[in-house]
Every structure is written in C-alpha cells, then in structure tokens.
Design a protein around this ligand. Structure first.
Ligand code: DCP
Ligand code: MG
Length: 442
C-alpha cells in the first residue's frame, strides 16, 4: 500500500515506475528498484482524476494472445465481406498497413502478413472482461467502443489508498497479466485531453496532460484533433487560414460563433482546454424521447406535423440541457387499434438540434400517414453520446446549415427571455388538436 502522505504533490521530479510501481525521486532515467526505463513523471501526476483507456491494436492483440507463435509476426485482422483491414498489429503498421485499408493494398504493403478473419464474439467477450476490471476501480466508467472507455477516478483515493495515476498504472499491469493484451492510458483533468493523451504514446502508453500545459500543448496541434472537426470542416477552416489550434486560441468567442455557428463555441472552448463534460456511466439513459396521446385520433399530416414539431423541440431541449446528442431518430405511432409502429433512421452524425430531429421525423411520418388514424405520436433519439461530434456544420446543405445557425440563435434568446419568447411557424397556432409543448406527456 502507498501511504498518501508520502506522495509529493506537484513535483515534476517525483513519479513512479510503471513496471514495479516503486516511487521515484530525482531525474534518474531508470527505476531505482527494477531498472525499467518506463517511468511516469509529471508535475500534476497525483492530482489528475480523468482517464481514457484504449486497448492497443485490440483484435490483433487478442489473436496474438491466443496464438503466441504470431507474437513477432505482422498480423492483420480483416477480410470478410467488406474486404478491408479491421486492425493491424503494430509490426504490420510499421510496414504501412492501416485500419480501413482495402485488403489487397495492405498485402501489397506487407506481403508477409498473417491475415486472420475477425472473431467478433471473442473480442466482445474480452472487451467485457477489460470493462469489468475498469468497473472494479470506479462506478464512473463510460465505454466509447468495444476497446475504450473514460474513467473518472476523482474521489477514489481513500478507497484505493493511492492516487488515480498509480491505480491506472497498476490496472495496465494487471490487464497484461490477467487478460494478456496491452492498453494505453491518457490521464488529464477533462475528457477531451484524456482522449488525446491516450493516443500520444501508444502502444503500452501512459501519457499525462496537466492543466498548466493544456493551452501551450494544444497551441501546437492541428485543428483536426478537435472532436467534430472532420475532413470537410477542417477544409473550411483551412480556407479561412486556420490550421492550428493556437490560431483558434487567439480568436474571440463571438467571432468564432458568427463564422461557424454552434461549432464555433465548441472550437472556442476546446481550443482552450475547457471541457466540463462528465463521465456518464454505462447504464444511464439510452434514449431521450417525448410522446403525446391525442384527445381525438388524428390521421392528417396537417394535424400530426405541429405535434411532431413540438415534441422534437422538447426532445432537443432535454438533449441540450444534458449536453448529449443522439444518432438515431425514432418515430413512434400508436394506431386507433393500439398497434404500435416504430420507425427509425440513423444519421451521419449525432444531433441535438430540434430541426434535424423534426426533419427526419417528418420523412418517417410521411410514409406512415396513409389514412391510418393515430392515437399517439412520439419522437426521440437513441445511440446517445456526448463526445462532441454532434451537429458538425453541414457544408453540403446550405439550408440545413442556416437552420442550425437559426436554432442556435433561438436557443440563446430563450436562455435570455424564457421558453415562450420564440415560437416557430410549426408550433405557433397551427393544428387543431395539438397540445402546446407544456402539456406534452413523456
Ligand atoms: N475497428 C474496425 N475498423 C476500423 C477501426 C477499428 O473494425 N476502421 C475495430 C478493430 C480494432 C477495434 O475496432 O481493433 C478498436 O479500434 P481502435 O481504433 O481502438 O484501434 P486498435 O485498438 O486496433 O488500435 P489502437 O492501438 O490504435 O487503438
Ligand atoms: Mg484501440
């Protein structure tokens, strides 16, 4: 056990050995105990609580574990129907093989590679084992995919008898020993930087980004590191002469919002290392929806549409409040004879905008408005996330982009003057039978 009093806080000269966990002092290159060069040292090492953990070359690592003779060989997991690389081990990556590469190209780059077709059941099983080990450390584990998760270890020092950094280093060691694969850890004060950190020293990495260095560190990074800045958006920024996060740090919030709408605010905050998103444990709400039962059954689009609009606004308000977004829009209808119809559509990006939810809901509804009389209408989103990828500006559909900007403006007015200050054409006074938003049921 490590006594907390022995932990020097905020001293870059102090740290520990990642292999034997022995505390280190001074600027030595190797562990005083076991001679390992894998030392963790950082001024804020013992006070950062937020981690992102990602398994290294996950599928390939599982296969190498089960076939030790492949340990030193380039291994590619892939093939199958899509004919692309799912993952390549780090030896294959040195030869130029990358995820999502067509298989024939991968084999051109690395003809000696051993190709294995994916065994998803096995990877899901191993992923669950890793997750269970995470959940033994803190209830605040938020999985992002089969092989990665955020962990909030704030307030667990007494429980573990040591600070998060040591808990995480010990975790990495145990995963290697007990499960037989390796992980990389990013430690920081917020999700954005923890996720970036876990990628910095892969494989078997342990990287720390502290509060002190966040702004200067980010200044030297490309804008593509910011979640939500994909190829199209990066190209738009490039046209405005912006390539590095440091340039965003020099810009005003208002200016960024005028230029890029809701995304401008995200650029402003993340470029400065400001990210207060919480870690949402697995098992929290899986969808957000709202529905209403009519006084009298409705069949006509003209009657259903205003209700759909009001419900979309309600769902959107909840998503915005919780700072989450959903990637699948779900429409629910109950007909006169109590039969339930649900229809859903997946979007390219998660959304929290009322207008996007409404527009997709409208398309789904149009197909069901076939004369059937409905007693209930509901709309919602599932596939929830808060990873900052919601609603990238739509560079193709100028109308959609304008509506998203308008919605941002309406939200700001509502924040200032209350919900009823602004009503849109769809909800205002239209529809005989539609309830105003306050009366909608969940
Ligand atoms: N995956 C896939 N197709 C992709 C990307 C990933 O099938 N285009 C699968 C295979 C990976 C797993 O998801 O093993 C995890 O994805 P990561 O992005 O974390 O990639 P790896 O774990 O393989 O490598 P890294 O060490 O970079 O995390
Ligand atoms: Mg991974």
């Amino acid at each position: 056990m490590f006594a907390l009093v022995a932990m020097p806080v905020n001293d870059p000269e102090h740290g520990f050995c990642r292999d034997c966990l022995t505390p280190q002092s001074g600027r030595t290159m190797r562990c005083a105990g076991c001679g390992s060069p894998r030392l963790a040292r950082h001024a804020e090492l013992y006070r950062l609580p937020l981690a992102h953990i990602d398994c290294d070359a996950f599928y390939a690592a599982v296969e190498k574990r089960d076939r030790p003779e492949l340990r030193d060989k380039p291994v590619i997991i892939g093939g199958g129907k899509r004919g692309v690389v799912s993952t390549a081990c780090y030896i294959a990556r040195i030869n130029g093989v990358r995820s999502a590469m067509p298989m024939f190209k991968a084999l051109e780059a690395c003809p000696q590679a051993v190709v294995i077709s994916p065994d998803m059941e096995k990877y899901v099983r191993v992923g669950r084992e890793v997750r269970a080990m995470m959940q033994a450390l803190t209830p605040l584990v938020e999985p992002l995919s089969i092989d990665e998760a955020f962990l909030d270890l704030g307030g667990t020092e007494r429980l573990h008898g040591r600070p998060p950094a040591l808990v995480l280093a010990d975790f990495s060691r145990r995963v290697e020993k007990e499960i037989g694969i390796t992980v990389s850890v990013g430690l920081s004060y917020c999700k954005f930087l923890a996720k970036i950190a876990s990628d910095l020293r892969k494989p078997r990495g342990f990287a720390v980004i502290g509060e002190e260095e966040a702004v200067p560190f980010l200044a030297g990074q490309p804008v593509t590191l910011i979640w939500g800045v994909g190829k199209a958006f990066a190209a738009a920024l490039e046209r405005d002469g912006i390539r590095m996060i440091g340039q965003l740090q020099a810009m005003e919030r208002g200016d960024l919002m005028r230029r890029y709408g809701v995304m401008g605010d995200r650029l402003f905050r993340l470029s400065r290392g400001q990210d207060d998103r919480r870690v949402h444990p697995d098992g929290e709400a899986k969808s957000v929806s709202a529905e209403t039962t009519f006084d009298a059954d409705l069949a006509a689009m003209a009657d259903l549409v205003p209700v759909l609009r009001a419900l979309s606004e309600k769902v959107s308000a909840r998503l915005k409040k919780a700072d989450i977004a959903g990637r699948t829009v779900v429409l629910k209808l109950k007909s006169q004879d109590f039969k339930i119809r649900t229809r859903n559509r997946q979007l390219a990006d998660p959304t929290q905008l009322a207008d996007r939810i409404f527009q997709v809901g409208l398309q789904l509804l149009a197909r069901e408005a076939d004369g059937t009389r409905y007693r209930l209408l509901g709309i919602g989103v599932s596939d929830l996330s808060d990873d900052g990828r919601a609603d990238p500006p739509d560079l193709v559909d100028e109308q959609a982009r304008k509506r998203a900007m308008a919605e941002g403006a309406i939200d700001r007015l509502r924040d200032k003057f209350g919900r009823t200050a602004v009503e849109t054409g769809y909800t205002f006074g239209k529809g005989r039978n539609a309830h105003p938003p306050e009366h909608l049921e969940d």
